[in-house]
Design a protein around this ligand. Structure first.
Ligand SMILES: [Zn+2]
Length: 484
């Protein structure tokens, strides 16, 4: 009897081994739709573009624009002066005075237009940060093959590469098939209401409906996915929503020499602890699944075996991915308690304690469902949940099967070689949250190679972009404009 069970188990394990092996072997990279008209990259000399970007960095277009208007106007003038041929073939309007909206008339008016977009406002930087900048943030220095300074990666570099690509094409007498729009927002870092949102209103008023848009929101990731040697062009098809909530705990005040069992601070702390212990449900479904499914076939053994056999390994995989904040944020709505307030005197009991919690909402959740979840988890009538203004849900999820996605994929492969192209999720906010209202599909990626050491440069110190990246970006945008 024991022997027979042994054989039965052995047989089952053998069968399981065969199934796992077969699944793994059959698990090949999915053929991404290849656009018919993708051209080969042309040689680009980045020296001139680097000098133009350095000049753009010297303009302190620090958000909000109202405080530095002259610097913003100087950037618009720089675009005009640096790219004369592009300015000649395109019409330009200034939306709210500071967001240039260019329009390049296409040959075929029956086709819906396409929008390439970026933003030129930047977050502050501190010139004399002793801990920090190898080259001052607004000096626009070119050294060691990089343009250094605030805005090089986020997001002036992309704007100048787009304009350089358009300049080259315009000089050759090129006219795009579809009408191309270019919008360069001046207030993305502060929400895009005067820039991107106004561009959307402007296009809607003219009855313009875009086939698709391309914005920042990801990069060509190198060494960012543990265990994967290949570069990953994550063309992000969605972005997370945003909500901030104040948790307000109330209790009797009084002197701290005669405290109750729980003070308002204690009540609040217990509520926060519950939220942290019970992360939002999430996992490898929807857009999160598409990203990791896209990556799976590019792994070696044993990761590939795990991805190929998710029917068996999915729980293990989800807990692995959930264990690191980089991948966890891709799987679920995140919870980040950020601010705290209680009594302002050390020996006085607070009548109220307040914790501010920031949520980044996954496309599967909504503002309402997040609030309901918080209510259910905190589950304490002494804690009031007060959402702050400005909450917005996640974006819609754009198609990874569209012709445009195929064009972008093929363009990445043409310029960057053997990259894994996958649809992804932007965990921060971009202007595309606005553009989705007027575009059938919105894609988010800058064609720059991005390594782990680049992560702290964005909104941090020593932001820089390599000349090689700038050259590749021009090649990329050029192919996209030719194929759009
Ligand atoms: Zn940005």
């Amino acid at each position: 009897m024991i022997r027979r069970i042994g054989i039965g188990l052995g047989g089952a394990l053998l069968a399981l081994g065969v199934v796992l092996a077969v699944n793994t072997l059959r698990y090949a990279p999915e053929a991404v739709a290849t656009a018919a008209r993708v051209s080969t990259p042309t040689a680009v000399d980045g020296t001139r573009l680097a000098a133009q970007l350095a000049e753009a960095v010297r303009l302190r277009t620090v958000a909000p624009a109202e405080r530095n208007r002259a610097e913003f106007e100087a950037f618009i003038a720089l675009l005009e002066r640096s790219f004369p041929r592009a300015n000649e073939v395109m019409e330009r309007e200034l939306i709210n005075g500071l967001t240039p909206l260019y329009r390049w008339q296409g040959r075929n008016p029956d086709l819906a237009p396409v929008l390439l977009t970026g933003h030129y406002d930047v977050v502050p930087a501190w010139d004399a940060d002793p801990a920090g900048w190898e080259h001052p943030p607004f000096a626009g220095e070119i050294a060691d093959g990089f343009v250094w300074g605030r805005g090089t990666l986020d997001d002036k570099g992309a704007i100048l590469a787009m304009m350089a690509a358009a300049e080259g094409l315009a000089a050759e007498g090129f006219q795009p098939e579809r009408t191309l729009y270019f919008s360069f927002g001046h207030d993305e870092e502060t929400g895009g209401r005067m820039g991107a949102a106004a561009v959307v209103a402007h296009l809607q008023a003219q009855g313009v409906r875009l086939a698709w848009s391309l914005d920042e929101g990801s990069m060509v990731l190198r060494g960012m996915v543990p265990g994967l040697k290949q570069d990953v062009a994550s063309i992000n098809v969605a972005e997370k929503g945003y909500m901030t909530v104040d948790l307000v705990a109330s209790a009797a005040g009084g002197h701290s020499s005669l405290p109750p069992r729980e003070t308002a601070v204690g009540i609040l702390a217990a509520g926060i602890a519950k939220l942290q212990e019970k992360p939002f449900p999430g996992g490898l479904t929807d857009v999160s699944a598409d990203f990791f499914d896209g990556l799976g076939p590019h792994f070696g053994f044993p990761e590939k075996l795990v991805f190929a056999n998710q029917w068996l390994f999915r729980p293990v995989l989800e807990s692995q991915l959930g264990g690191s904040e980089g991948t966890d944020a891709m799987l679920r709505t995140t919870v980040a308690p950020t601010m705290l307030a209680g009594s302002d005197t050390e020996n006085v009991l607070p009548q109220e304690a307040v914790a501010t919690v920031n949520f980044r909402i996954h496309p599967r959740d909504t503002v309402e469902s997040v609030l309901a979840y918080v209510q259910a988890v905190v589950d304490d009538p002494r804690i009031e949940i007060r959402p702050r203004e400005g909450a917005r849900g996640a974006s819609t999820v754009s198609s990874a099967q569209s012709e445009a996605f195929g064009l972008l994929s093929a363009s990445f492969r043409a310029v960057f070689g053997d990259v894994a192209v996958v649809p992804g999720l932007t965990v921060a906010a971009t202007d595309s949250a606005h553009y989705q209202a007027v575009a059938e599909d919105s894609y988010r990626i800058n064609p720059f190679v991005f390594e782990p050491h680049d992560l702290p440069r964005i909104h941090g110190v020593n932001e820089r972009v390599s000349l090689e990246n700038l050259e590749k970006a021009v090649q990329f945008y050029r192919i996209v404009m030719e194929g759009a």
